[in-house]
Design a binder for this molecule. Sequence first.
Ligand code: PGA
Length: 250
Amino acid sequence: MRRRIMAANWKMYKNAKQTATFFEQFNPLIDGVAHCEVVVFPVAVSIPTAVEATRETPIRIGAQNLFWAKEGAYTGEMSADMARDAGATWALVGHSERRQYFHETDTDVLKKTQAALSAGLTPIVCVGERPEEHKAGKTDEVLVRQFAVGIAGLTEEQFARIAIAYEPIWAIGTGNTATPEIASQAHKLIRSEAQKRFGREAVERLRILYGGSIKPDNIQGLMKEPEIDGALVGGASLDPQSFSKIVKAA
Ligand code: PGA
């Protein structure tokens, strides 16, 4: 059995004070929860606050983004080592909003994943098709390309340390969550691509999360699928009650 990962992507919500308040309420709600990993991705400047607020808990904190260079003249960027130094142990890479608004490519995703790994962070690499690609029946084609360019270039040792999140863009923030069957089918495709490149054993250990309009009332159906190894939750993770219900469904 793969240990599930329940992750909260806060995007550009919550300042440091709101971050601290969240954990004051959230930590007791999931006290004793040990069946899955819980990871929260706050805004970069609130990473130290989040780390401090979760020190006595199994909750881990991650960076939503990082740049691949170690340091240099890259105004506005943060390196993987800097994120690690701030207390992050995980990183999101290639979220669709990074791809859409900041023009990240699959090649960037590979470099960022490698940088995260060299800094000792655990990357969750995000993939998923756009609404028009979904409508045109191109989901498989897109996932194959994103895997080939963004992930297949890792070494076996590197691949063993990543998780993947399947997040169809038509499902993000729209309320249209993918059905458990659609999500499961995409996860199988990703797993079969991974198996071709990295072999069966590596793929049996690979954790693939689903993300896109997860809510307390649809998480159970998704978690019934053995192919779904966790959740990447945006909107519904901002509220401690709601995210704790999602975590408990893992
Ligand atoms: P959502 O976002 O849960 O608000 O749809 C998910 C994500 O973008 O990771």
